[in-house]
Design a binder for this molecule. Sequence first.
Ligand SMILES: C[S@@+](CC[C@H](N)C(=O)[O-])C[C@H]1O[C@@H](n2cnc3c(N)ncnc32)[C@H](O)[C@@H]1O
Length: 275
Amino acid sequence: MTEAAHGPEGYASSYVAHHVPGEQARLHALEAAFDPATFRVLSRLGLPEDARCLDLGAGAGSVAAWLAAHHPLGQITATDTDTRFLRFPPRTPIRVLRHDAVREDFPPEAFDLVHARALLCHLPQREKLLRRAVDWVRPGGWLVVEDLSVRLADTSPHLVFKKVTRAGEELLATTVGSDLRWADKLAGRFTELDLDDVESSTAPGTVGDRSATDAFWTATFDQAVPALLDKGLLTRQDMAAMRALHRSPDFTDTGISLISVQGRKKAGGAPVSTP
Ligand SMILES: C[S@@+](CC[C@H](N)C(=O)[O-])C[C@H]1O[C@@H](n2cnc3c(N)ncnc32)[C@H](O)[C@@H]1O
């Protein structure tokens, strides 16, 4: 068994680890919130039916399942340090691999598509992993990285919502080692890594509108509450104020959004992961 990547505590011992009650449902809420944006990006890449695709940190597996359905002659590899939620119907052409993206490798140029959603933002080694992920893409193939960003909440007029968002950001930074602003710079990093056809899109994570992104925000907030209180990042009064605001029929705002960045590896490009 591989060891999970370590932040201050590391993903696998945090309040979003797979063993935490409610985490599988929270991951399904994440999928319901952002799969439409992800599938839009992936379907525009024009990958062939026999594409070899890698989904890193595949979570509960909706992206791998979509890739398998859309590339029936291909080979889909779904990895995670904890694969307990990666269950697919018999004969689905998906290889599930327990694999630590930080510590374990793949052969160079092995995939037509390397995809990772809501993974690199949580890994302190994200820059190094980004360069290695480029190496795993074949020349002419695609790298698609999608990550969570809280930037759109910076201009919120709702002070308690802003406070809760910042507290959640700090909790993830100090317990997991996450950076919920790295995604804002991602398109620039793709260009610096000499990828072609770089495009970026943002799916706003609306809150308070009873949407799928609202359900994801609510599941994440509920799961974070004990740790937020324990670390003194929020008070019980803050929690009560946030819940009252959330119940208010007039409340809508934007919290955790998804930034999707795609780039194509140049034919004949040199490896980029070497120091
Ligand atoms: C926030 S979830 C996102 C799941 C999925 N990508 C999605 O968007 O639906 C992050 C996933 O990355 C996995 N993970 C964390 N550290 C990892 C590592 N070093 N290598 C591979 N997977 C990792 C977690 O176990 C978890 O399933």
